[in-house]
Ligand binder design. Sequence first.
Ligand code: FUC
Length: 804
Amino acid sequence: MKHISTFAALLLAFAPAHAQNTIWFDEPCSSYRPVPWTRAKAPNYDGKTVASESMDFNDEWEYRSLPIGNGSIGANVMGSIATERLTLNEKTLWLGGPGIKGGPERYWNVNKEGWKALESVREALAKGDIEKADDILGSNCNAAADKDDVDDSYGSRFGHYTTLGELSVVTGLDENAISEYVRRLDIDNSIATVSFKSEGVSYERTYFASYPANMIAARFKAGKKQDLTIAYSCSDLAEGETVRTSDNAVCFRGHLKENGEEFAVRLKVKARGGKVIFEDGSLKVTGSKCVDIYLTADTDYKINYDPDKTDPKAYVGVDPSETTASWMASALRWKKLLKAHVKDYRSLYDRVSLKLEGPSNDIPTDERLAAYRNGTPDQGLEELYFQFGRYLLISSSRPGNMPANLQGIWLQTPSAPWGSDYHNNINIQMNYWPALMDNLAECTEPLTDYIKMLHKPGMETARAYWNARGWAASISTNIYGYAAPQNGENVCWNYNPVAASWLATHLWDYYDYTRDLSFLKDTAYPLIKECAEFCEDYLWKSPEGFLMANPSSSPEHGHADEGTTFTHAVVREILLDAIAAAETLDVDGESRGTWKSMLDGLYPYKIGRYGQLLEWSKDIDNPDDHHRHVNHLFGLHPGRTISPVTTPELAEACKVVLEHRGDESTGWSMGWKLNQWARLHDGDHAYVLYQTLLRQGTADNLWDIHPPFQIDGNFGGTAGVTEMLLQSQDGDINLLPSLPAAWPEGSVKGLRARGNFTVDIDWKDGRLTSATVTSGSGLPCTVRYGGETRTFDTVAGKSVTVTF
Ligand code: FUC
C-alpha cells in the first residue's frame, strides 16, 4: 500500500534468546482443513449465534493461530506439518466503493434529506408516541439504498474487508509422526516460530512481518535437505494470475471481481544449496536445508481526503505491481532484515514494561488459560495479556495504512462478521484506547488519517440528516469515505448523530498527550471545531430551556429519545475539547463563548429512582437489563465529565448502572466495564472484570472473542490495566488509582500521562513506593496518590521522583 519504505540496514544487539512474553502451543493445527472459500459463505452474524456453529469458519484459525503483522500486511501462522498455511491480509483489500458496477453515482447516492423529518419526530416524542417517533426516524433517517444490495447483481456498495488469500508450503512430512512440537509467538520481539522433530530430524520455522521493509519473511530450516512446494492462492472473490518474474520469484496480479480493486502478491524464495523451479503456478524447491520465503503485497488503494464524486477511481492511486517490486528489490537478506525488524518493533514495544509480582505459569497457553479459568493465579498471564494488546496494536496500526478494523488486520474468510469494518459506536474507538497512554502515539496516525478522510463526505451527512454545518458520520464506515447511515430502519443502531464527534475527541487526546501544537492547529482543531458547529445546529431547545439531543438514541439499545445521556456526554466532551483547543490556539473567541453557554444550557446528567445514572431523558431504566452497551457512562470513561473526585454523586450513579448491567458480557463489553470500574477507583472490581475478560472473552491464542474474534476487547483489556495503574483525565496524574489487592507488588515503566509526561511507578505491600515523572513539556505537574497531591515545576527532558 502507501507504506513508504525508508529502510536502512541498522545493526543492533539481537533479542534475548528466552523472551518472557510468549503465546505458545504444543500441537500443530491440522493441514487438512479446506480453504474457507471452497465452502459456504459466512452468513450475517446476528449478535447471538456463535459464529463457529453456523459459518464457514475455522476455529483453529480463530483460537490457535498466531497473528503477525506490520499494519499493512498481516498473516496467521497455523504451524501445520504436511502443509504449512499462512493466511494473508492487506488492510486495504476491500469490496465496495465507487469502483462497483453502477459506478460512483450509484455508490455515493445514499443520502436522504432526513432532516426534514426531525420536526415530526420531535412532535411525536413530545406527545409520548415513541413508536411513531421510531417509525418516522427509522424510515427517514436511514440511507436511501441498501449498503449490500444482496438481491441484485451490482455487488455491495459499502463493501467489506476480505482475505488476501493463503500461502501454502507443502512439506511432504507425515502429520502423525512428529514429536517435540512447539508453535510460539514471542511478543517481546514480534517473531513466530515452529519447531518439531520428524523421524529424528529437527525442523525449525521462523516468521516475522517487517514494517520497514513491508515484508513477511519465513524461514524453513531442517536437519536434512527438504523439498517444498510454495504456492499462493487468492479467494473466490478475486481472480488473477501468477507469473514468474525471475528464477526464484513470482508475482500474482489480481483484482476483486466485484469492484475491480487491483492487488499484487509477490514472492521470492531463496533455497540455500538447493534448486528452485516454477511449475504449475508454484515455486518448487528441492534439496535445501534452509529455505527463505519473502512475501510482500499491496493494493491499488490510495486514501482520498476530497474525493471527486464522479470518479470511479477516486480511491485508486497506486500500482501494486510497482510498489511490491520496489519493496522486493530493496529487501535485505534474512539476517539483516530480521535485525532491522526487531529493532523497529522494539523501538515501540520496549517503551512500556509491566511487572506484577506473583505466580506465572509456563505451560502451553491453551492449558494456561484453562488453569486460569479454573482459578489458578497467574500474574504472568495478566502481564502477557496487557502486552499482547500493545503487540496487536503495533502489528495492526502503523503509519501509512488504514486503522485497525474490527479484526485488526487479520481475517481468514472472504466475507467477515460485520464486514470487519469500522464501527463508530464503540469498536474503533476502543481499538485506540491504549495507544496514547501505553506510549504508542505513532500507532494513532492511521486513525487520524481515517478521521480526516471521513470529513468531506461527513459534511454531506451533516447537511442531509440534520441540515447542519460541520460533519457527521454514522455507525459504520468503510475505506471509501462512506459516512452515511445504513438503510436499516432500527434507530437504536442506525441513528447516531455524534459518531464523528466521538472520533474527533481522539484528536484532542493526541494533542493532550503529546502537546504537539502544530498537530492541534493544522489537523485537530479544524475537525473538532466543525464537530462543535455541528452540535450548535443539531441541538434542540426544549420548552424548559435546555439544549437537548432531540432526537437521539442510546447505541444499540432502546428507542428514539428526546435526549440520551450518551449523546449529551459526547456533546459535552467535544465542546470541552473545542473550547480548550481554541483557548490554547487563542482563536475563535466568539465561538468559545457560544460553546461555553451551550455547555451551561445542556440537559444535565440525571440520577434515577434506583440511584442509577439515567440512560434516557426519562427514568425508564430496567435494573435487570444486562445489555452489553454501557455508552451512557461515556462521561465516566472514555470521557472526563464524571469522576469520583470531581462529581462523586454521579460517579456513584454510574456504579449503580454497572452493578445492574453485571460483569459478564461480550468481550469488548467486559473490556469497557473494566475501564469504567477503574475510573471509579474500585481496583478489586476492575480486577474481577479483567479476570472475567480473560476467562470468558478470550480464545486460546489470547485473541478477544465477542464471539466471534473481534479485536477491540484486547485493546480494551490493555487500556483497562493501564487505567488501574495511572489516570490523568482529571487534571493531575493519579498514581495507582485502582490497584487491586491481587497485585500487592509490582512496577510499571513508561506509561504516558496527559501534558506530555512519562511515568514510572513502583509499589509494594499495596502501596506506592515511588514514582518518577519525566517531563516532555516542561509544564508544571500535579501528582496524586490517594487523597494527597504534590505539585512541582518540571524541566523538559528531566525527571522528578516523588514519594508519598
Ligand atoms: C457493535 C456492538 C456489537 C458488535 C458490533 C461489531 O455494534 O454492539 O456487539 O461488537 O459493534
